[in-house]
Design a protein around this ligand. Structure first.
Ligand code: SF4
Length: 359
């Protein structure tokens, strides 16, 4: 036991009173609809509140219920998600929405244990939905909560290790009250987001500075302990923007890789940054295409950072002047400007199209 029974009661009282005074009136806090809570949690996994809120509103306008999402075309779902990144999360949401509708008649399971079995729902999201929507007495531990617990109780185990996860889960279980667990969870998350912030928390105004281990031992910068992330993989993309009769050749990404289901251009990936086009013409499709038009290298190099990859991207413009139709590779077709606008695209591709005035 980190705290005894009375200390837990006192802790919860102080936390609740801090929350009532300080919390932000976020849209998803005003609902117990598990679909809306689920959506907000997935969006907030990858973006901050200010950037995520417009996506949340836009997504709900398009797909107001789990039934609307289940019945949607994947392309429309990805289009709404465009710009948020981590597109597998949108695809998983779509998959799970169909399962909830087809197998459960549109009703979400009501416990964290059952929710965690759904595709795309980790332990945190499952606990958040179970607690916020159904009032289950279960602790939702996100990055904010790990930080608060590590500092308050001086836990030095790596939060990403299995041992760390077990240790933090045990502490959180002691703290979560049976009375209104939803408010407790919201309060812990908000406390980490607003008060016990990652860098330079203002400990002098903290209601817990009398019991906080990190404050006492000046260890705010050392806690929580988090193992360093793995090495970032460098990738080199050479995109060919092929246009004929004013239409652009776009390719649906079908391989198991980043951006599955999104649309980009004809791509040759190289192992280093390609300085000269001649290094790429071993490609049969391009070799056939070149005599039919004019190729031009775009001067700007783009870089795009993903969670474990850095993309170094060069574009070539290929204007086809020959009238006859062209055999495009699988998954690729010509689209009008309007159609290209509606396709779900990686933000890098969307940025390029706008900067180069294709859209
Ligand atoms: S005293 Fe500082 S480090 Fe400790 S919980 Fe409060 S804000 Fe966080």
């Amino acid at each position: 036991m980190i705290l005894d029974h009375f200390q837990v009661i006192d802790f919860n009282k102080k936390l609740r009173s801090w929350y009532l005074k300080n919390h932000r009136p976020l849209l998803w806090r005003q609902t117990t609809d598990p679909y809306k809570i689920w959506l907000s949690e997935i969006i907030l996994q990858q973006t901050r509140v200010a950037q995520g809120t417009p996506y949340y509103e836009k997504f709900l306008l398009q797909f107001p219920t789990v039934f609307d999402l289940a019945n949607a075309d994947e392309r429309d779902v990805l289009r709404q998600w465009q710009g948020l990144g981590y597109y597998s999360r949108a695809r998983n949401m779509h998959f799970t929405a169909k399962l909830v509708v087809n197998d459960f008649g549109g009703d979400f399971p009501e416990t964290a244990e059952k929710l965690a079995k759904l595709k795309g729902l980790g332990n945190y999201t499952a606990a958040a939905i179970a607690s916020f929507a159904f009032g289950e007495q279960v602790a939702a531990i996100d990055g904010n909560v790990y930080r608060v617990m590590a500092r308050l109780f001086g836990v030095k185990t790596d939060i990403l290790s299995n041992e760390g996860k077990k240790q933090f889960a045990a502490i959180a279980k002691e703290l979560v009250p049976s009375d209104n667990p939803a408010t407790y969870n919201q309060a812990m998350i908000e406390f980490g987001a607003l008060q016990c912030v990652p860098v330079s928390p203002d400990c002098l105004i903290c209601p817990f500075n009398d019991i906080c281990y990190a404050f006492e031992f000046k260890m705010q910068n050392q806690l929580p302990v988090k193992a360093k992330k793995g090495k970032v993989q460098q990738r080199y993309f050479n995109y060919f923007v092929i246009r004929q009769h004013g239409k652009l050749a776009m390719r649906e990404r079908l391989a198991k890789d980043i951006w599955l289901g999104l649309y980009d251009f004809y791509l040759i990936e190289s192992t280093t940054l390609t300085a000269v086009f001649d290094d790429l013409v071993y490609d049969d499709f391009l070799a056939d295409l070149l005599p039919k038009g004019i190729i031009e290298e775009m001067p700007k190099l783009y870089t795009h950072i993903l969670s474990h990859q850095k993309l170094n991207v060069r574009f070539w413009r290929l204007e086809i002047s020959e009238e006859g139709s062209i055999d495009l590779p699988v998954g690729m077709a010509f689209y009008t400007e309007r159609e290209v606008e509606d396709l779900p695209k990686p933000i890098l591709v969307d940025t390029f199209l706008k900067e180069e005035r294709y859209l």
